[in-house]
Design a protein around this ligand. Structure first.
Ligand code: SF4
Length: 337
């Protein structure tokens, strides 16, 4: 059973204020969780290039006094991240060659990824983009026009993906303007938004956001990123419900992480809880071998064991596809286990 929330969130605060009040220091995070005297305090580090960033609603879902809390383990920077481990690189998915112009990553046929924002609301320590040159991809009005012209000039693109930096860090007016411009491109039929903001700041699902996504002519899907059932708060469920009622497709992708969700019961509970919230489990990713994240990796045999258990205990529609991404491949690779 999870403890009583240790941080009370004022429901009247808007999401921008909540984001501004996010915790940006490992010691402060440990203090809030009453873990300042624990072994974790001596192990802090790894955050010079990739700072700690954790919104308080996400911290409120953590267990006080629990060094192994699966949400804490995803966001606490540790010295282990500084180790150079062979095979772990800064661009594990080979995105840089596909970064065809600032803000545009065109890797797969038929869809293109636009980097809508220069950061996220939370810095997940295992993130495959933890070394991505967001500064070089911060685009102004002129480059936005060029990015949209790129999409308009390539009629094989039927889907635009807004991805991390997290697109839901754009305010509703900016997002609405962008959606309109994308919708003006006749051959684009679908808009996909990849976001973890609703998980860490559920207040981001505003009535304005829901109404804007409901009004576009594009078919909209929102791909969340939830790794553990404890991340699914009642406020997130309410927000997702309002999106679902407007016909927005809700999907989830998770990453298999040692010390977070490497437990077959947790993974099955995650699928069940997502579906109860109207979200289909879409992908279960093997960890991308990004420099700084080796300590989250699971051996292939363990991955196979976990996935076999899921296959045996879940109906097919609750079984996410087990995949990895390989640099240079024209699609994700489904792992056969
Ligand atoms: S929200 Fe997604 S893109 Fe942002 S740090 Fe976390 S995993 Fe990376």
């Amino acid at each position: 059973m999870r403890a009583v929330p240790l941080i009370q969130i004022d429901d009247n605060k808007n999401w921008q204020t909540i984001l501004a009040e996010a915790v940006r220091d490992g010691h402060e995070l440990l203090r809030l969780l009453q873990l300042e005297g624990s072994g974790l305090a001596a192990a802090l580090g790894g955050d010079k290039q990739f700072p700690v960033l954790v919104p308080r609603p996400f911290i409120a879902l953590m267990n006080k006094g629990d060094e192994q809390d699966p949400l804490l383990r995803q966001v606490l920077g540790l010295q282990e991240e500084e180790l150079q481990v062979p095979g772990y690189v800064t661009d594990p998915l080979g995105e840089l060659p596909a970064n065809v112009r600032p803000g545009v990553v065109h890797k797969y046929h038929g869809r293109v990824l636009l980097i809508a924002a220069g950061g996220c609301a939370v810095n997940c320590r295992y993130c495959f983009r933890r070394h991505f040159p967001y500064a070089d991809n911060r685009i102004g009005r002129k480059q936005w026009q060029e990015a949209l012209e790129y999409v308009a000039g390539n009629d094989s693109i039927s889907e635009v993906i807004l991805s991390g930096g997290d697109p839901l860090l754009l305010d509703d007016a900016a997002l609405s303007g962008l959606c309109k411009q994308i919708a003006d491109i006749a051959h684009v039929r679908r808009l996909r938004i990849h976001s973890r903001v609703p998980v860490v700041i559920p207040q981001r699902i505003t009535a304005e956001l829901v109404s804007m996504l409901a009004q576009t002519r594009l078919q909209v899907s929102l791909v969340l990123h939830v790794n553990h059932p404890a991340e699914i708060s009642s406020q997130l469920v309410r927000g997702l419900d309002s999106l679902r009622r407007e016909g927005i497709t809700l999907l989830n992708q998770s990453v298999l992480l040692q010390g977070v969700n490497d437990d077959p019961h947790v993974l099955c509970r995650l699928s069940e809880a997502l579906f109860a919230a109207g979200v289909l489990p879409y992908y279960l990713h093997r960890l991308d071998h990004v420099q700084g994240a080796h300590h989250y990796a699971l051996a292939h045999e363990r991955i196979a064991e976990l996935y076999r258990y899921m296959k045996e205990h879940l109906p097919g529609y609750l079984l996410p596809r087990l995949v990895c991404e390989e640099a240079g491949q024209p699609h994700k690779t489904v792992l056969m286990v």
